[in-house]
Design a binder for this molecule. Structure first.
Ligand SMILES: Cc1ncc(COP(=O)(O)O)c(C=O)c1O
Length: 474
C-alpha cells in the first residue's frame, strides 16, 4: 500500500493510481465471476444510475422537510414497489440501507405493535432454519425469542410444525420468497391462512428474490402468490440493491397499514437538541442512494427489467441443465428462480468449491447438506455461465481421476484437519487467524476450515470465526 503524507492531502492523480492499483487485485466481477454479492445492470444503465447518485451525493434524506426532492422520490419508490407487490389501495413503507435493516425494522414494529395492541411483553417469532440469519441477528438486538423450525427433508418450510409452535407469546410468522439456501419459495399462502386464524403478523422476506419473482410472474412463470394479494401478509422486505440493480445500500420495507409502520419510527420529542424523529435505523440517510434507487427503477423500467430477467433466467437454465445432466452433481431442492444449490455424492463438493475459487470464481458454500450455492444474475448471461460450466466439467474430471495427486491431496486435507483439531482450542484459533490474515491460503482451502468446524461445538466454532473476522480488520 502507498504510504501517503496526509498533511497536504494527495493529488487526484495519485489517489486514482492507488485506487486503481488496489482494485486491480480484486475479483473480476464485471466478467461475471461473482455468483452473489454483486448485481450489475450493465455499463449503459449503471452510468446513468451513478450520475443520479453523484447529483444527490451530499444531500441528506433524514429530514423529510429538508429536501422535498428526496421525499418525493422515496414515496414514489415505495408506491412503485407496492404496486409490484399488489398492495391494493395504500401502501406504507420506507427505503432502508439493506435487507438486514428492513428485517430488523419488521421485527421492531411487530414487537412494538404487539406490545401495544396485544400486551405481549415476551415476544416470540417463528421462522424456518432456511430463513436468513439477519432475523436471528435482529432478534438478539431486540430481545425477541426466535422459535426456529427445522426445514422438511425436501428443504421446505415445515408448515405443520410452524402451526404447532404458535403460543400466546407468538407475535409474528416469517416466510421467505425465496429463502436464500435453496431458492425455494415458502408456502406463503398457507402461512397467510395460519396468521389470519391466529391473529398474527406475517412478514415475507422477499429481500433477495421478490423483485425478480414479480417479473417472472409477468413472464408467465408459475410463481405462487407471496405478496399483499394474500390477506395475511402484513409486511414485505425487498432489496433494490439486488435484482432491481440499484447501488449497495438500498432496500424497501412495506407494510399493509400505517399503524405498523409508525411502530418502527423512533421519536424523542423532548430531546435538548430539538424534536428528533427518524423513520428507520439510520439517522443521516444518503440522498445519493434515494436518487439512484429511484433512477434504477425508472430508467431501467418495466421493459428493461423484463429483458434483464430473461437474461438472468437464460444463464440460470444453462447452469441448471448442466447440473441436471451431470451424473456427479445433483440439485438440492427445487429452485424456483435464479438461486441454484447443488451437491455431489461422488466427489468432495468443498474441494470442487475450492478449485472454482482457484479459477477466480466466487461461489457460496452450503451446509447440511454440503453444497455449492450460486446467485445467478444478468451479468452471467454474456459468457460467464458458459465458461462456468466448462470449468465445472474440467474440475470434476480432474477430481475423479484416481491418480496419486488426488489421493495424496485428500489424505493431506484430512490429515491437516485432524492435526489442527488435535490442538487446544486457543492454539487452533491462533493458527487459523494467522493463516487467514497472512495470505490467501485459507480462502482457497476453505474445505479445511469446514472440516475443522465439523469437529467443534457451536460455541467454539462461533468464537473461532469471530476471531478470524477480528484478525481481518486489525
Ligand atoms: C433472503 C435474504 N434475506 C435477507 C438478506 C440480507 O440482505 P442484506 O445483505 O442486504 O442485509 C439476504 C441477503 O442475501 C437474503 O438472501
Amino acid at each position: 500500500m502507498t504510504k501517503f503524507k496526509l498533511k497536504n492531502g494527495v493529488s487526484e492523480e495519485e489517489i486514482f493510481t492507488s485506487l486503481n492499483s488496489l482494485k486491480s487485485g480484486d475479483i473480476n466481477w464485471k466478467d461475471g465471476k461473482t455468483f452473489g454479492a454483486v448485481y450489475y445492470p450493465g455499463d449503459k444503465y449503471a452510468s446513468v444510475i451513478s450520475k443520479a447518485y453523484n447529483l444527490f451525493m451530499h444531500e441528506n434524506a433524514f429530514d423529510p422537510q429538508l429536501f422535498k426532492s428526496l421525499l418525493t422520490m422515496e414515496n414514489e419508490i415505495v408506491r412503485q414497489i407496492g404496486n409490484l407487490f399488489k398492495a391494493e389501495k395504500e401502501v406504507y413503507g420506507n427505503l432502508t440501507s439493506g435487507g438486514t435493516e428492513s428485517i430488523f425494522l419488521s421485527l421492531l414494529s411487530a414487537r412494538e405493535w404487539s406490545l401495544k395492541n396485544r400486551s405481549i411483553s415476551n415476544p416470540e417469532v417463528i421462522l424456518s432454519t432456511t430463513a436468513h440469519p439477519a432475523f436471528l441477528k435482529a432478534m438478539k438486538f431486540l430481545k425477541i425469542k426466535p422459535v426456529v423450525i427445522p426445514a422438511t427433508k425436501c428443504f421446505n418450510l415445515d408448515i405443520d410444525k410452524f402451526s404447532s409452535a404458535i403460543n400466546d407469546n407468538t407475535i409474528l410468522l416469517v416466510g421467505s420468497a425465496p429463502a436464500y439456501p435453496y431458492g425455494m419459495i415458502d408456502p406463503i399462502s398457507h402461512l397467510s391462512e395460519i396468521a389470519i386464524k391466529n391473529n398474527l403478523l406475517l412478514h415475507v422476506d422477499a429481500c433477495i428474490g421478490g423483485f425478480l419473482l414479480s417479473y417472472l410472474k409477468k413472464l408467465d412463470y408459475n410463481i405462487p402468490s407471496f405478496d399483499f394479494s394474500l390477506e395475511g401478509v402484513t409486511s414485505i422486505s425487498v432489496d433494490l440493491h439486488k435484482y432491481a440493480y440499484a447501488p449497495k445500500g438500498s432496500s424497501v420495507l412495506l407494510y399493509k397499514n400505517a399503524e405498523l409502520r409508525k411502530s418502527q419510527f423512533s421519536v424523542y420529542s423532548n430531546w435538548e437538541g430539538g424534536i428528533y424523529a427518524s423513520t428507520s435505523f439510520m439517522g443521516t440517510k444518503p440522498g445519493g442512494i434515494v436518487a439512484s434507487s429511484w433512477t434504477a427503477l425508472n430508467h431501467i423500467g418495466e421493459d428493461g427489467y423484463l429483458e434483464l430477467t430473461k437474461k438472468t433466467m437464460n444463464a440460470t437454465s444453462l447452469i441448471k441443465d448442466f447440473i441436471l445432466n451431470n451424473q456427479d452433481l445433483s440439485l438440492i431442492g427445487e429452485p424456483q428462480m435464479s438461486l441454484i444449490a447443488f451437491k455431489s455424492d461422488t466427489i468432495d463438493i468443498y474441494q470442487l468449491a475450492d478449485k472454482l475459487n482457484d479459477l477466480g470464481w466466487y461461489i457460496g458454500r452450503l451446509q447440511n447438506p454440503s453444497g455449492i450455492h450460486l446467485v445467478v444474475s444478468q451479468i452471467h448471461a454474456d459468457g460467464a455461465a458458459k465458461q462456468f460450466v466448462i470449468d465445472l466439467e474440467v474440475i470434476i474430471n480432474q477430481l475423479k481421476k484416481k491418480n496419486i495427486r488426488n489421493g495424496v491431496g485428500k489424505i493431506m486435507d484430512k490429515g491437516a484437519a485432524k492435526i489442527l483439531n488435535l490442538m487446544p482450542f486457543n492454539k487452533l484459533r491462533q493458527t487459523l487467524v494467522k493463516a487467514a490474515g497472512k495470505d490467501q491460503q485459507i480462502p482457497h482451502k476453505k474445505r479445511i476450515i469446514y472440516n475443522i468446524k465439523e469437529e467443534l461445538d457451536l460455541d467454539d466454532s462461533n468464537e473461532l470465526f469471530r476471531s478470524i473476522m477480528d484478525g481481518f480488520y486489525s
